[in-house]
Design a protein around this ligand. Structure first.
Ligand code: XIL
Length: 302
């Protein structure tokens, strides 16, 4: 194939990107996004603050703009994200206890119902574990509603959209030797053993000097897959430049290809200038929309 999506499809993978709706009027951006990618994640537009700005008053306008663009262009959608400690609307940030638990579950139900049938995979819960060596749950208002908040969210999502794959998504779960990775692994193992509905693990895979691509990445992907879930690389970006960056991208693609349950790869933005970490030039296209060495390495490896 001549594009990422075509080359990936030939290998049985999807190749996605995160999209910001307001940029779809930028023709360079829209042209690259449409040509190269077949799986779309809303970078911010389906998050809690965007979709439920006032309690019980849902606003799907930003999310729908991206969903409609995806549908019109024959692309699949990843849903991101139903329950998360971050980017909560103000009203939710100030909630605790059973009131918050109910509000969270209602949010999951309403948003997953709105997009029912349109979503390939939902990031049902995002970033529930703490960084560092403990493997503990992150202390958040959602966690303080009770340790079972994650499974409660998954049950609600399954009921609202039975055909979407349901993922747990996190960062710094790439290195098999890190406590946070083992904590996520244990969560998935526990859910599978108790029949909690979970279908996939999302590895954000934001790589930078503090959390570099690990040599044991393939072991991590395969270990999750061996639990009976699909594996998705959901927010890939790799800070750096030139041949070194290209080699790391190549290895990520190689590792996904080596694990049969690895469904596909999503990069977290189109051009370096679109990135949330733009100073790290972590993406496949430069600010002018030119293909970088990393782009050619990915296409070549697929
Ligand atoms: C980031 C977006 O890229 C930014 O535009 C926004 O300001 C903050 O969130 N993990 C996630 C993503 O799951 O939702 C985050 O996206 C990046 C880290």
């Amino acid at each position: 194939g001549d594009t990422l999506q075509e080359a990936a499809a030939d290998r049985g993978l999807y190749f996605g990107t995160a999209i910001t709706g307001s940029k779809l009027t930028d023709s360079t951006y829209e042209t690259i996004a449409n040509r190269e990618f077949d799986m779309i994640t809303a970078e911010n537009a389906m998050k809690l603050d965007a979709t439920e700005p006032q309690q019980g008053q849902f606003d799907f306008s930003r999310g729908d703009r991206i969903a409609n663009w995806a549908t019109q262009n024959g692309k699949q959608l990843r849903g991101h994200t139903l329950a998360w400690h971050s980017q909560q609307p103000g009203w939710m940030q100030n909630m605790e206890g059973s009131q918050l638990r109910q509000a969270m579950l209602n949010h999951v139900t309403q948003v997953a119902t709105h997009y029912r049938g349109q979503i390939h995979s939902w990031d049902v819960v995002n970033e529930a574990f703490e960084d560092g060596g403990t493997g503990a749950r992150r202390n958040s208002n959602l966690q303080r509603t009770g340790n079972d908040w994650i499974e409660a969210a998954f049950y609600a999502a399954r009921e609202a959209d039975p055909n979407a794959k349901l993922c747990y998504n996190d960062y710094n779960i790439d290195n098999w030797s890190w406590a946070k990775t083992q904590a996520a692994y244990n969560l998935v193992a526990d859910f599978k053993s108790r029949g909690v509905p979970i279908d996939c693990i999302g590895l954000q895979s934001h790589f930078n000097p503090n959390s570099p691509y690990p040599d044991n990445y393939r072991t991590t992907l395969q270990s999750f897959a061996d639990l009976g879930v699909d594996v998705q690389i959901t927010e890939l970006d790799i800070e750096g430049s030139g041949q070194q960056q290209a080699d790391t991208y190549r290895r990520v693609v190689e590792d996904c290809l080596a694990v049969s349950r690895c469904d596909g790869i999503t990069v977290w933005g189109v051009r370096d200038t679109d990135s949330w970490r733009s100073q790290g030039t972590p993406l496949l296209f430069d600010g002018n929309g030119n293909k970088k060495e990393a782009y050619h390495a990915v296409l070549d490896e697929l």
